[in-house]
Design a protein around this ligand. Structure first.
Ligand SMILES: [Zn+2]
Length: 112
């Protein structure tokens, strides 16, 4: 393992923070009922606005949910001692990449 203990510990802290932030974001989206309403009192423009907002929220929710899954998988790898290695080819993921995307499961080659 080339990742030293201090950077692994730092990565874990970062991943835990991400996990917390993403679960909070997901909870907020779930709480706010922003489904478009087919209300006759609502004009067509407003409906389109609401629909667009709903689409954006839905997009954000999906993004947050898939990132959360990657973050949790990275935490499992951190516990298993395989964090920082590409899950496909097994090479070390460059630390600059992990700094930017701590939950990255793949090296740049495998990602592309
Ligand atoms: Zn790879």
């Amino acid at each position: 393992m080339t990742t030293d203990n201090s950077s692994l510990a730092a990565a874990k802290v970062q991943l835990h923070e991400l996990e917390l932030e993403l679960s909070k974001r997901l909870e907020e989206v779930d709480r706010s009922d922003n489904r478009p309403k087919m209300d006759s009192a609502v004009g067509r423009l407003t409906f389109m606005d609401e629909y667009q907002q709903h689409q954006m929220a839905e997009h954000g929710r999906r993004n947050a949910a898939s990132q959360l899954a990657r973050v949790r998988a990275a935490l499992v790898r951190a516990e298993a001692g395989t964090y920082g290695k590409c899950v496909r080819c097994g090479i070390d993921i460059p630390p600059e990449r992990l700094e930017f995307i701590p939950e990255a499961p793949f090296c740049i080659q495998c990602q592309g």
